[in-house]
Design a protein around this ligand. Sequence first.
Ligand code: HEC
Length: 216
Amino acid sequence: MTNCVRADRWKGCKSQPVGRGQFAVMVVAVAILHSAVVPAQTPARGSSPQAPARGAGAPASGRGGGAPAAPKVEANLVQLMRGIVYPSSNVIFAAQDDLAKYPPARDPATSPNLLTSTYGGWQAVESAALALAESANLILLPGRLCSNGKPVPVRRADWIKYADGLRNAGMAAYKAAQSKNQDAMVDASGTVADACSACHDVYREKRGGPQDRCLP
Ligand code: HEC
């Protein structure tokens, strides 16, 4: 029996939370619905965003009939986490429970809740899983800063490994979502939570405080 990844207030899970201390307690979909949430991969103290570096990107290659546009970085790392990674993972975690709890909104076309929108239900879970997998690419773009102004260490082998872990976890969640199977989502949620904390343990939770984030 797999353990359920959940926050304390999670009602629908069939089994116990993963026994990994605070890290086991994960964010849940209620965040999206505006209730309180908690946990593990949430906000930590002392991270006020700074303006990100601009214009950093891959050099143009000139092959293939024209230089590709260089990607531009617009958010710092904590903004990227809050804007894409965190909400996407909440949708994945929500699918450990019965999605019937999230019927289509009265006006699905304007619903701010992915699960109750026009592209809601299992399709929203697939989308969130792919968003998470794609966010690995964003995490690896050169030129991004952390909230403390330090560069995101995109050339470090372990950083690349953790980003790939997030990509693989996202793809595992995508497969699980395609199967529309709640138990498969419990497994995939565990994989996702592990991918988050593997990186956070090294690069986010720093003894010396937020000014040491993003340092090895
Ligand atoms: C490759 C490393 C890495 C991975 C993978 C990763 N994170 Fe992060 N995360 C960080 C770092 C570093 C910070 C601190 C960033 C900063 O201060 O600029 C952070 C910050 C955050 C924050 C903001 C905390 C605050 O201070 O407000 C949230 C929320 C978050 N991560 C959620 C997640 C979730 C959920 C996952 C997994 C689905 C995840 N992260 C995966 C490295 C990672």
